[in-house]
Design a protein around this ligand. Structure first.
Ligand SMILES: CC(C)(COP(=O)(O)OP(=O)(O)OC[C@H]1O[C@@H](n2cnc3c(N)ncnc32)[C@H](O)[C@@H]1OP(=O)(O)O)[C@@H](O)C(=O)NCCC(=O)NCCS
Length: 180
């Protein structure tokens, strides 16, 4: 059910991302929303930069995709998207579990601060929010995203991050000034 994606999956990955990203519309800051949410060139660039996509298939069709990208000494979960019509069936969870088993590196994930459902999803799988100052540092170090996205994002870390870097744990969620 879960398999590595290849060039032939490019178009379906593109469609899943832009279908699932509709969840952000009206939730993330208006100046961060665009249509399509991710252009083909941007997706191509992400793959060239090292994001490896895995897909969850139902029958012949992929219904969810998730990327993993090794950057320096960590692994980033990138672009986690399940088709709107296939949510809440464990597909995202299965992909996340599969990807976390593909690396021994500390794992980080970034998402929009306003995407409460995504934060809950990762927390349910053992990830914890890092503090505001730590997330700024991590987003600058490991991601290549605009300043505005740094301001409006959070970072969650998997349990294997904390022994590696124990100081980053956020004691309370609401110490994140950007979180709505
Ligand atoms: C975040 C996202 C990838 C999660 O994917 P998903 O397939 O819906 O996730 P899961 O089904 O594994 O988990 C979601 C919920 O379904 C529940 N669930 C899991 N398996 C289930 C099953 N077999 N039957 C019913 N519900 C189930 C989970 O318990 C969870 O419930 P919760 O709301 O109480 O936490 C998906 O919601 C998505 O694409 N969202 C829009 C884009 C986004 O926010 N991406 C994250 C960017 S970093």
């Amino acid at each position: 059910m879960i398999r590595a994606c290849d060039d032939a999956d490019f178009e379906v990955i593109y469609r899943i991302i832009n279908d699932a990203a509709e969840a952000y519309k009206g939730v993330i800051p208006a100046d961060c929303w665009k249509e399509p949410y991710m252009a083909r060139e941007e997706l191509r660039h992400e793959i060239e930069e090292g994001a490896e996509f895995w897909g969850y298939g139902q029958g012949k069709e992929l219904v969810g995709i998730m990327g993993i990208q090794h950057v320096q000494d960590v692994a980033l979960i990138r672009h986690a998207y399940v088709r709107t019509s296939s949510r809440n069936r464990g597909i995202g969870g299965a992909l996340l579990l599969a990807l976390t088993q593909k690396t021994t590196c500390p794992i980080l994930v970034g998402t929009w601060a306003a995407a409460n459902w995504a934060i809950k999803f990762y927390e349910k799988h053992g990830f914890r929010l890092v503090s505001q100052s730590e997330k700024d540092r991590l987003l600058r170090k490991y991601w290549s995203i605009p300043q505005r996205q740094i301001e409006t994002s959070v970072v969650l870390a998997a349990p294997n991050w904390f022994p590696y870097h124990a100081t980053g744990l956020s004691r309370r969620h609401d110490d994140l000034a950007v979180r709505k």
